[in-house]
Design a protein around this ligand. Structure first.
Ligand code: APR
Length: 354
């Protein structure tokens, strides 16, 4: 996954370079700067002393010393003064300067903290949004694995009140429906027509109506599944007419949208090697997050997304937080994988991409 978000301590991340949110002296400080210097040992400070400081928005590179990382890239973020002093442009410049320096040193993997989001007072959510967008843009033209390392749990789901409300409603509905699910497991003669009227006196909402209808659909599926057997001749024909595979639908949709392969897998937050593997295997079975990544990159509608997932053997479920959040964004016409990953990350869900 070219851009991944992880929780933890950046000094523990094993990658080619970690980025330090330093101050212009480059002679250490508190926060992540202090943590990196402590973990790297005195050699780091000694080398920093030779660098002659660093301007805000610029970046300089040193060895990693006792850190697992080979290099430390020191950048100086803007101090927040309310947003009218060019802070956003300077913060973007920090990420770009660091990524450019990493590429110049043939780094395949880089880890960033949230620059300026601590002592320098940059509003965390906006600092994270700028980090994600700037890194994603850089990755459109570069092959690199980038980690955004989130150290504290501040922010979180508070930034997504409507998703919190929706998840609460779904979980409450599922809790209400639980007894019905048990009775739905009973043989039909034992059910007391529970699904023929709103259950438990609850107000018949669109969701309970859906639920009340569901067992009928389940029964239908049950009968269809166990009642209809294909005679051998049409079984052979059915196998001959096997449906379009996941890969075939993916490649067809890329063509229909006039996209290049690279545009598609970059938008999907999927690395080039994996895409090549999928392209070369017409019956490749992707992970669910990979299938969803491509559905978003292709900006498929919800029905088309479900069709693509079905071809990989998956479905979107109304009782799974990840699926509910993805469905929330697709149904609102929001397909930006990196933006949706920020929400999934806030709810401690798997991220989209591979
Ligand atoms: N790993 C990852 N992230 C960390 C770690 C860590 N070990 N420690 C802190 N952070 C996070 C903070 O939670 C924050 O989100 O790094 C982000 C940046 O916070 P600061 O370290 O305070 O950096 P910044 O806001 O850019 O201020 C820089 O603070 O430490 C001094 O010398 C530094 O003067 C400079 C100023």
């Amino acid at each position: 996954m070219p851009l991944n978000m992880i929780r933890g301590d950046i000094t523990k991340v094993r990658c080619d370079a970690i980025v330090n949110a330093a101050n212009s002296s480059l002679l250490g400080g508190g926060g992540v700067d202090g943590a990196i210097h402590r973990a790297a040992g005195e050699g780091l400070l000694a080398e920093c002393r030779t660098l002659g400081g660093c301007e805000t928005g610029e970046a300089k590179i040193t060895g990693g010393y006792q850190l697992p990382a080979k290099y430390v890239i020191h950048t100086v973020g803007p101090i927040w003064h309310g947003g009218s002093k060019g802070e956003a442009a300077l913060l973007r410049k920090c990420y770009l300067s660091s990524l450019t320096l990493a590429a110049a040193h043939d780094c395949d993997s880089v880890a960033f903290p949230l620059i300026s989001a601590g002592a320098y007072g940059y509003p965390r959510e906006e600092a994270q949004r700028i980090a994600v967008q700037t890194i994603a843009e850089f990755l459109e033209t570069h092959e690199m694995q980038v980690f955004l390392v989130i150290y504290d749990h501040s922010g979180g789901t508070a930034s997504y009140p409507d998703i919190v409300r929706m998840l609460d409603a779904r979980m409450r509905f599922a809790a209400n429906a639980a007894p019905m699910m048990q009775s739905a497991a009973l043989p039909r003669e034992k059910r007391h027509g529970l699904f023929r009227k709103p259950f438990g006196g609850a107000k018949r909402t669109e969701e309970t109506a859906d639920f009340a209808a569901a067992p009928a659909a389940a029964e239908l599926r049950e009968e269809t599944a166990c009642g209809v057997f294909l005679p051998p001749s049409s079984l052979a024909r059915a196998l001959d007419e096997i449906d379009e595979s996941f890969t075939e639908m993916l490649l067809r949709k890329i063509d229909e949208r006039g996209m290049t392969d690279a545009q598609c897998y970059k938008k999907a937050n999927v690395d080039r090697k994996l895409f090549s593997k999928i392209r070369s295997d017409l019956h490749y079975k992707p992970k669910k997050v990979t299938a969803i990544a491509f559905a978003l990159a292709l900006e498929l509608s919800l029905p088309e997304t479900e069709e693509l997932l079905r071809k990989a053997g998956y479905a979107l479920s109304g009782s799974n937080k990840f699926d509910i959040i993805v469905t929330y964004y697709i149904s609102r016409g929001i397909f930006d994988v990196f933006r949706i990953n920020e929400a999934l990350f806030a709810f401690d869900q798997l991220l989209i991409g591979a």
